[in-house]
Write a protein that binds this ligand. Sequence first.
Ligand code: SF4
Ligand code: SF4
Length: 223
Amino acid sequence: MVIGESKPLAEILDMIKDFKKIVVAGCKGCVTVCNVGGEKEVAILASELRIARKAAGNNLDVKEYTCERQCDPEYIEPLDDLVADADAVVSIACSVGPQYVTARYPYLHVFPGINTTSIGGAVEHGVWKEFCQACGSCVIGEYGGLCPIARCAKQLLNGPCGGSSGGICEVGKGSIPCIWHLIYDRMKNLGQLHKMTEVKLYKNWSTSRDGGLRTSIREELKQ
Ligand code: SF4
Ligand code: SF4
């Protein structure tokens, strides 16, 4: 899932300081699961903005809506009536959402209410970690199902680096497991340790983000 974190309220207030009527738009997808952009967070942010602006003597009219998904034009459509009368939208979907809102309402100001941080998952209640950097050419099959791109600080394809201690990465002040330690344990459990002596000379990086805007096409789904 896509993981995000709420922007500081002061930053959002500053973005909308020139406006009187806004819509706070959430999303029922990933950002609901990581508790930053669902219905509940829309209601909280809308209240916080109203209260802050009232306290500043500059009342703000805030409407609220949470899309089924903000990364899909058909689910943004219900915003049409709400934004007709608004100056701006604060989107608390992942950063794809506000760009779809921008595309649908080219005359409206659109601001992100969250910082999109990574692709990952929950590791305990209230804690999410990055598991993938969307390199576009997945190699985890060669590493026991674990990703050395997202989870090794040095993105080593032939690790470990020699800096780990007791299974902990030398980067991160003792807070990050060395993924190469975990890859070793995993390969050992699979009886595949010999594969760790095979040097990986390269990886296909042409599919990664440095190659420019990426597009995925499924011809059988196109109409
Ligand atoms: S190898 Fe690439 S696609 Fe696979 S998990 Fe790692 S970053 Fe993601
Ligand atoms: S200690 Fe392990 S995870 Fe950290 S940089 Fe070295 S190989 Fe990568």
